[in-house]
Design a protein around this ligand. Structure first.
Ligand SMILES: *[C@@H]1O[C@H](CO)[C@@H](O)[C@H](O)[C@H]1NC(C)=O
Ligand SMILES: *[C@@H]1O[C@H](CO)[C@@H](O)[C@H](O)[C@H]1NC(C)=O
Ligand SMILES: *[C@@H]1O[C@H](CO)[C@@H](O)[C@H](O)[C@H]1NC(C)=O
Ligand SMILES: *[C@@H]1O[C@H](CO)[C@@H](O)[C@H](O)[C@H]1NC(C)=O
Ligand SMILES: *[C@@H]1O[C@H](CO)[C@@H](O)[C@H](O)[C@H]1NC(C)=O
Length: 507
């Protein structure tokens, strides 16, 4: 009997040890990242809930858009509690962002960095199915963007250093890496030649500090690439060149031929890194994508060509002329969903980056990790009623355009921009588009379709061709229904526990 007990205890201890060593093996995620299989190194950027008026709930995004499509890694712009809660137990690798506005305090205060780590990392690592698999902490959102000037630049490396220390203090430094996403205007080159690549002169000191920080902790350099902006700004290259088309005219640079814009960008960065002594640093693409509306050449068909070209190129593992057979270590596609409240300073297309529409329906097909299957859409999406707001043709309409303009200052009218899907809609159809957008933004409240008596609520869908007059998502009310169900469930579970306890005591 005694021997038996002892051997059982021993066995249990061995099993526990085994389990523990598997769970705690450090750096296992980075080795996974090294896996040769291309599709695995592709992730998606999932935008902030504050960039959408009616964000698709994380409880739908994670199972349908991420898990059902085999997405293996995701990047978040901030530590959104409900997104992180939904990602717990999913085994999806997560990169958590820190907004630019927080960099100053994180760089000046070690304790601010420690509490950020405590609140937004440590807390999510345990619990539900093993918690959230956090792989990266992302310092800022393109803080070196030329147009930001010195707003964030002086605080970036300090914030990264303090966060790194805070992670080390709680033994997490070997579980995740601290990275800084750089916009592609951090480097430049003369006459577009990759071999002439160098970092922007005003960044010279900061960039050296950043690179030495990254090198010390074996973290990759993260670059965000915006090909449609480059296409608009640089008339020297054809659209085909950006879309990885094989028939496009290559660029010659010494012994090297550049067949697409992507390789050109990568090697311009490689040259810039080499010039300051970091030629071997790993590269991760933090954002890359193509929008589908709101500008010329922003269509689902062109976006699909771009994505196919990109994914095929990454999966081929061909790399670039300066780094043959060494493609970026990871690439995050920008973006998962359309976001109707993003700033449109750069163009109307900013609100149409999604592979999926705002309500989680795929715009085109693409291999995100699901292989040859068609992309899964979100299920169980809850919409508001089938109601639209249009202009009332029976009223005197001389003042209607100013009303429309006012509606568009809050609501999303980016599809009306030149080249957009509704740019061909004549007056007053375009006014109806603006009215409806405002009406949906305000959850179809009757007074949001007033417009001085010029608005009219209708149940007839005004959609014309590709110009879709959307109905928005039901958000707040649906969560309150869920909460009610959850609380009843807790009561039932509580009763069960009492019954079990009574039975147990009775025995
Ligand atoms: C955690 O992250 C959230 C979202 O970015 C932020 O609002 C909050 O201030 C962070 N917590 C700390 C202690 O910094
Ligand atoms: C475009 O090409 C022309 C002629 O080859 C060259 O002079 C010009 O500098 C190029 N533009 C850019 C932005 O490189
Ligand atoms: C760094 O940039 C500053 C400002 O642009 C310049 O004055 C300085 O000479 C540069 N230093 C180096 C080493 O390039
Ligand atoms: C049009 O707007 C002007 C100024 O806001 C106002 O005085 C006028 O009454 C309006 N006309 C109609 C028909 O609503
Ligand atoms: C609608 O179209 C008319 C005529 O083309 C134009 O003047 C007006 O600015 C447009 N309104 C909106 C909201 O796009």
């Amino acid at each position: 009997m005694v021997v038996n007990h002892r051997s059982v205890a021993l066995l249990r201890r061995v099993l526990l040890l085994l389990l523990f060593s598997v769970a705690a093996s450090p750096a296992s995620w980075w080795q996974r990242g090294l896996g040769w299989w291309g599709a695995m190194a592709v992730g998606v950027h999932w935008g902030a809930s504050s960039s959408s008026s009616h964000p698709l709930p994380p409880s739908l995004v994670v199972p349908w858009l991420l898990k059902a499509n085999g997405v293996s890694r995701v990047k978040l712009p901030d530590a959104d509690p409900s997104a992180l809660a939904s990602l717990a137990g999913s085994d999806i690798g997560v990169a958590i962002g820190i907004p630019n506005e927080m960099l100053r305090s994180l760089s000046s205060s070690k304790s601010a960095a420690a509490s950020w780590v405590h609140d937004n990392v440590t807390r999510y690592l345990t619990g539900n199915g093993g918690g959230v698999r956090i792989e990266f902490v992302v310092i800022g959102d393109e803080p070196f963007l030329l147009s930001y000037g010195q707003t964030f630049q002086p605080f970036v490396v300090g914030a990264a250093t303090n966060v790194q220390r805070a992670l080390a203090a709680v033994n997490l430094a070997n579980k995740m890496k601290v990275i800084v996403p750089c916009s592609s205007d951090v480097y430049q080159s003369e006459s577009n030649l990759p071999s002439k690549g160098h970092f922007r002169p005003d960044l010279n000191r900061t960039m050296i500090e950043l690179l030495s920080f990254l090198n010390k902790y074996r973290s990759p350099f993260v670059i965000d690439i915006n090909p449609i902006l480059s296409f608009q700004q640089n008339k020297n290259f054809s659209l085909d060149y950006f879309l990885f088309e094989t028939n496009s005219h290559p660029l010659s640079d010494g012994p090297h031929k550049y067949k697409n814009y992507f390789d050109m960008s990568m090697d311009t960065l490689v040259s810039a890194l080499s010039k300051v002594g970091y030629e071997d640093m790993d590269i991760v693409v933090g954002k890359i994508g193509w929008p589908t509306d709101g500008a010329m050449n922003a269509t689902p068909a062109i976006a699909q060509s771009f994505m196919h070209g990109l994914i095929n190129h990454l999966q081929s593992k061909a790399g670039s002329p300066l780094r043959p057979k060494r493609p970026p270590k990871e690439t995050y596609i920008f973006s998962l969903l359309d976001e109707d409240q993003r700033s449109i300073k750069a163009g109307g297309y900013e609100r149409h980056w999604g592979i999926f529409t705002f309500d989680g329906q795929a715009k085109y097909n693409l291999d995100l990790g699901q292989g040859s299957k068609v992309l899964a859409n979100a299920h169980d999406v809850e919409y508001l009623a089938q109601k639209w707001c249009v202009v009332n043709n029976n009223k005197e309409m001389s003042n209607v355009s100013s009303n429309a303009l006012e509606a568009c200052s809050d609501a999303d009218c980016s599809a009306l921009s030149p080249g957009g899907s509704c740019s061909g809609i004549d007056w007053p159809g375009n006014v109806s588009y603006a009215f409806n957008s405002f009406f949906q933004l305000h959850d179809q409240s009757a007074d949001s379709c007033d417009f001085g008596g010029l608005g009219l609520i209708t149940t007839v869908d005004p959609t014309v061709g590709d110009c879709r007059y959307t109905i928005t998502l039901r958000t707040s009310s649906s969560t309150s229904i869920l909460e009610k169900q959850v609380s009843w469930w807790n009561v039932i579970r509580g009763l069960n526990l009492i019954v079990v306890f009574l039975l147990f005591v009775g025995c």
